[in-house]
Design a protein around this ligand. Structure first.
Ligand code: C5P
Length: 278
C-alpha cells in the first residue's frame, strides 16, 4: 500500500520585514498563496512501508539534491518518528519539479507533504496543532503549506492563519537559475537600510494585499544580476515582485494575453531562463 501527496510551490505576495529579533531571525508579516493546480511547479512525494527508511529523488529539478539526513523530507520523517516514538520505515520517492533556490518554497512544501503523508500512512493520529508544531521546527515556511490556500504568516513566518482566497492576476514566473542564499539576504538588510517597518493595514474583504517584498534591495545587493530580470519583466509590461529571497520573480499582467505575449518575447530573448504562466 503506497500513498501520495502533492507539494505545490508558493508565492509571497506581501513580505514586510518588521525588524530583527534577539534570536537573529527577522520579524515578518507575510501574505502567501500556495500555487495549487500548477503541475509544472508541484513536487510529488510517494511513500510505501518498507524495511528501512530511504529516499529516492528524481524529476527535472532533482539533480544535485542530497537524499540523506539533511534533506527536509527525511528531517520531517525523523520528527514524525520522534513524535510517534517508533520507527516509521518507508521507501520515499520524491519527484522534483519546483526549482531549488528560487524562493518558491520547494523544500518546505516537500517537508509539509512528508508530515501529512507519514501521519496518514502510519495512522499516527497527530492533529493539526501537533503537525504545525513539527512544521515550525523544520523551517519558517513549512507551516503555511499545511494550511494551503492564502495564508497570513507572522513571527518569523511560522505562525500561520488562513485568509479568505484572494484571486491572483495573470502571472509570469521567471527563474534565471541564479542561487541566492537566504541567510545572506537577511544579513544584507542593514547595508541597504531596513525598509520602513509598516505592517499591513486591515484589508477590505477579498481585497488583494499590496505587491511588496522588503527583501528585494538586499537580494539585489547579494546578487546584482537579479535586477536584470526585474528590468526584463518590466520591459514586457509586467509588474515584477521578487519571490521570497529570490531568485525567481513573479510579474503580474493586466490580462492573460499580455502575459502570454510577454512569455513568448522573454522565451526568445532569454532562452536560458525558466518561465511559467500561472
Ligand atoms: O527558517 P528558515 O530555515 O527558512 O530560515 C533560513 C534563514 O533565513 C535563517 O537561518 C535566517 O538567517 C533567515 N531568516 C530570518 N528571519 C526569518 C526567516 C529566515 O532571518 N523570519
Amino acid at each position: 500500500m503506497s500513498a501520495t501527496a502533492l507539494a505545490p510551490a508558493k508565492l509571497n505576495r506581501f513580505l514586510a520585514v518588521l525588524g530583527r529579533r534577539a534570536d537573529g531571525f527577522h520579524e515578518l508579516e507575510l501574505v502567501t498563496t500556495v500555487l495549487d493546480g500548477v503541475p509544472e511547479l508541484t513536487d510529488i512525494l510517494e511513500a510505501e512501508p518498507a524495511e528501512a527508511l530511504s529516499l529516492a529523488i528524481s524529476g527535472p529539478t532533482g539533480e544535485g539534491l542530497e537524499a540523506d539526513e539533511s534533506n527536509l523530507v527525511v528531517r520531517a520523517w525523523r520528527l514524525l518518528e520522534a513524535a510517534a516514538r517508533r520507527p516509521l520505515p518507508a521507501a520515499l520517492r520524491l519527484v522534483k519539479r519546483i526549482p531549488h533556490g528560487a524562493g518558491l518554497g520547494g523544500g518546505s512544501s516537500d517537508a509539509a507533504a512528508a508530515l501529512r503523508l507519514g501521519n496518514g500512512l502510519f495512522g499516527l493520529g497527530l492533529d493539526d496543532a501537533e503537525l504545525l508544531d513539527l512544521a515550525a521546527r523544520l523551517g519558517s515556511d513549512v507551516p503555511l503549506f499545511l494550511l494551503g490556500g492564502t495564508v497570513l504568516g507572522l513571527g518569523r513566518g511560522e505562525r500561520v492563519f488562513p485568509l479568505r482566497p484572494v484571486p491572483l492576476e495573470p502571472l509570469l514566473l521567471a527563474h534565471p537559475g541564479l542561487h541566492v542564499p537566504t541567510p545572506n539576504v537577511y544579513c544584507a538588510l542593514p547595508e541597504v537600510g531596513y525598509p520602513s517597518p509598516a505592517p499591513l493595514g486591515s484589508l477590505p474583504e477579498g481585497a488583494a494585499p499590496p505587491w511588496r517584498n522588503d527583501l528585494t534591495d538586499a537580494a539585489i545587493r547579494v546578487c546584482p544580476p537579479l535586477a536584470e530580470v526585474r528590468e526584463a519583466l518590466r520591459g514586457t509590461g509586467g509588474e515584477p515582485l521578487l519571490c521570497g529571497s529570490g531568485s525567481c520573480w513573479a510579474a503580474h499582467y493586466a490580462s492573460s494575453s499580455a502575459r502570454d505575449a510577454a512569455r513568448i518575447a522573454l522565451r526568445a530573448a532569454r532562452p536560458d531562463w525558466s518561465l511559467w504562466a500561472v
